[in-house]
Design a protein around this ligand. Structure first.
Ligand code: PRP
Ligand code: URA
Length: 209
């Protein structure tokens, strides 16, 4: 079974409070999502493999560590996942970015896939799927289905706010996927929104509605 980790570092909790507040405007919301994602990326990357390289400092020859293993692909689930790309890119600038377009039908809450564009070597990469919200789990499950259909196998899912219902569904469908979240909230309401949550992440990031 993959990992399930709530990344409740004090800085992350503090910043999450800022974006949960309904009075937080688009500019600050976008900036703070970026900061939280960067803080999370630091720990999500903790198990990346290293190898020894020989280098020469100004003082002496030495053996030092460098990243080894699979290259990284960041895959945001559109739209809201886009807000989490730069935070990881700042730490892993060589990562490639794939996109999966997914929207939830507001009535049925069923996800619909409308776009998939991935790096050609996606099956060779360590993949970070990013989306701020894990609600019913429908969107993340379908996005990971789309990745696996194209040969991907090494997948971590990173979100900001998760509902217990979504965590359960995602772990049941994709038990191999590690899940990282900044908060595990209480429940979903009758409209499929996370309670207390932060509202519609896409609308808050892009100033729509
Ligand atoms: C939101 C969110 C997730 C999805 C989560 O996207 O960004 O992708 O809902 O819900 P689920 O776990 O129940 O599937 P939305 O469909 O609102 O699209 P948007 O990002 O384009 O606003
Ligand atoms: N999608 C969001 O953007 N917010 C929620 O609370 C649930 C799904």
């Amino acid at each position: 079974m993959g990992k399930f980790q709530v990344m409740d570092h004090p800085l992350i909790q503090h910043k999450l409070t800022i974006i949960r507040d309904k009075n937080c405007g688009t500019k600050v919301f976008r900036e703070v999502v970026d900061e939280i994602t960067m803080l999370m990326a630091y720990d999500v990357a903790r198990d990346m493999p290293l190898k020894d390289v020989k280098i020469e400092t100004p003082i002496a020859k030495t053996t030092s560590k460098t990243l080894a293993g699979k290259k990284v692909a960041i895959v945001p689930i559109l739209r809201a996942g886009i807000g989490m790309v730069d935070g990881i890119m700042k730490l892993i600038p060589a990562a490639k970015v794939g996109h999966i377009g997914m929207y939830r039908d507001e009535k049925t809450l069923e996800p619909h896939e409308y776009f998939v564009k991935l790096p050609a070597d996606i099956s060779q990469r360590q993949i970070f799927v990013v989306d701020p919200m894990l609600a019913t789990g429908g969107s993340s499950i379908m996005a990971i289905d789309a990745l696996k259909k194209r040969g991907a196998s090494n997948i971590k899912f990173v979100c900001l706010v998760a509902a217990p219902e979504g965590v359960k569904a995602l772990r049941a469908k994709h038990p191999d996927v590690d899940i990282y979240t900044a908060a595990l909230d209480d429940h979903l309401n009758e409209n499929g929104y996370i309670v207390p949550g932060l509202g519609d992440a896409g609308d808050r990031l892009f100033g729509t509605k």
